[in-house]
Design a protein around this ligand. Structure first.
Ligand SMILES: [Zn+2]
Length: 369
C-alpha cells in the first residue's frame, strides 16, 4: 500500500482526485483481504496515517475523522478504510436478519455466522433463537468482531433492517467528533460547504477553498513556516501577521483587487456593494451571496469569480515569497482576467458543458470594463 501511495504522490492531485484514488484504488486492496482476516489495531492506525499523509502531503493536516465526513458536513468524502471494513461486515448480518425474517433457509456463509454468533445476534436483533442448529461455545475472533462492531457503533435493529451499510457508514462518520483544527467559520454553516463544493468550480479551486476555510494553507502565521521564512508578517503589506483573513480580505495591498471584483459583481448582478464580506469571499457562503444574485447562473458566475480571485491572490503572493518579486495588484487582476477567459474557452470547447452560460456571463462582464 505504501508503495502504491508513493506512486500516486508523484502526481499533484486535488482533494477530489485523492479521495477518489483512496476509494477506487486503495480500498479494494483491503476489502479483498478483510473477508478472511481483520486488521490489527496497529495496522488500522498505520492505514489511517498513510491515507492522511497522502491527502495532506504538505503543511497542516486534518485528521481522518474530519476528511471522512461527507462534504456538506465539512469533510471530503475520503473513505476511512478501517471503519469502512468494519461496516462492510454488517452486510452478512443484514443478510442473516433478512433470511431469518423471511424464514429462508440459511446457506454459506450465513451458516458460519449462525454457528458462531447466531445465538448472540438473535438476542441483539430481537429475533427468536434458532434452537434446531448447533451453536459454537466460542466464536472465532472474526465473528466475535462482528458482535463487537454492532456494540461499538451502537447499531440499532432499525439500521440493520432498513438501512444499507453505506448509510450506516455515513451516519457514523458524520456523528464522530472530529475537530482538531478550528475552521474559519462555524463548521455547521451548511451554506458554506455547498458554496465551496459548488459544481461550477474546477476541482483545484474546490480544494483551495476547502484549505482556506479549514485554515490549512501554508501561511506565514503558521509557526513552522514562520521559522523558515523568519517572519510571520504578511509578505504583501508587512504590517500585520499573515492569516487567511489578512491575506484574502483585509490587507491594504489587495483592496484594489476587491474594488475590481466589486465592479464585476455589479456587472453580473446589478448590485453595487461597498465591499464584499468575509462570509462571501472567504466562506463563499451561499446565503450571503443569494442576497446579491437571485438567478442561479449569476450566482454561480459570482462564486466562480470570487474563487478565481482568491486563487490569483495566492499565486501572486507565492511569487512574492519564492521569487522575491514585488507585489503588483494589476498583475493579480490580469491573472483573474486570463483565468476567467481560459475557463470560458475550456467550457466552450466541451460539447456537453452545463456551465457554458456561467463562464460566458463572467467573461462578458469583464470585457465591458
Ligand atoms: Zn497584508
Amino acid at each position: 500500500m505504501r508503495l502504491k501511495v508513493s506512486n500516486f504522490s508523484k502526481f499533484r492531485s486535488t482533494y477530489d482526485g485523492k479521495s477518489l484514488i483512496v476509494k477506487t484504488l486503495l480500498l479494494p486492496i483491503f476489502v479483498y483481504g478483510s473477508r478472511v482476516y481483520d486488521l490489527a489495531l496497529q495496522q488500522r492506525r498505520n492505514v489511517r496515517k498513510v491515507v492522511e499523509n497522502y491527502v495532506f502531503s504538505t503543511g497542516a493536516k486534518l485528521n481522518m475523522e474530519t476528511i471522512s465526513k461527507t462534504r456538506e458536513n465539512g469533510g471530503y468524502d475520503c473513505i476511512d478504510i478501517p471503519l469502512y471494513l468494519d461496516i462492510l461486515k454488517l452486510k452478512v448480518v443484514k443478510k442473516y436478519y433478512n433470511a431469518r425474517k423471511q424464514n429462508n433457509s440459511i446457506h454459506l456463509p450465513l451458516y458460519f455466522l449462525e454457528y458462531y454468533i447466531g445465538f448472540t445476534l438473535c438476542k441483539m436483533l430481537a429475533m427468536p433463537v434458532n434452537n434446531s442448529v448447533l451453536h459454537a461455545s466460542q466464536p472465532t475472533s472474526y465473528y466475535s468482531n462482528v458482535v463487537d462492531i454492532l456494540k461499538r457503533y451502537s447499531i440499532t435493529i432499525d439500521e440493520i433492517a432498513e438501512k444499507t451499510t453505506k448509510q450506516i457508514y455515513r451516519r457514523i462518520v458524520n456523528e464522530r467528533n472530529a475537530q482538531v483544527l478550528v475552521p474559519m467559520f462555524p463548521i455547521n454553516m451548511p451554506n458554506m460547504w455547498t458554496g465551496i463544493h459548488n459544481k461550477v468550480l474546477p476541482n483545484y479551486l474546490k480544494t483551495f477553498g476547502y484549505k482556506m476555510v479549514w485554515n490549512v494553507l501554508p501561511l506565514c502565521i503558521n509557526e513552522r513556516i514562520a521559522r523558515i521564512q523568519k517572519t510571520s508578517r504578511c509578505p504583501l503589506c508587512d504590517l500585520h501577521d499573515e492569516d487567511v483573513y489578512q491575506l484574502f480580505y483585509d490587507c491594504v495591498c489587495i483592496q484594489p483587487i476587491w474594488d475590481y471584483v466589486n465592479v464585476i459583481i455589479f456587472n453580473i448582478s446589478g448590485v453595487l456593494m461597498p465591499k464584499v464580506s468575509p462570509q462571501m469571499c472567504i466562506a463563499l457562503d451561499l446565503s450571503s451571496l443569494k442576497q446579491l444574485c437571485v438567478c442561479e447562473t449569476n450566482l454561480n458566475a459570482t462564486i466562480l469569480l470570487l474563487s478565481i480571485s482568491r486563487y490569483c491572490i495566492w499565486l501572486s503572493r507565492n511569487k512574492v515569497i519564492f521569487e522575491q518579486e514585488p507585489f503588483l495588484y494589476q498583475d493579480v487582476i490580469n491573472r483573474i482576467k486570463a483565468m476567467s477567459k481560459a475557463r470560458n474557452s475550456a467550457e466552450k470547447s466541451r460539447q456537453t458543458s452545463v456551465y457554458n452560460s456561467v463562464t460566458q456571463i463572467l467573461w462578458n462582464s469583464m470585457c465591458s470594463n
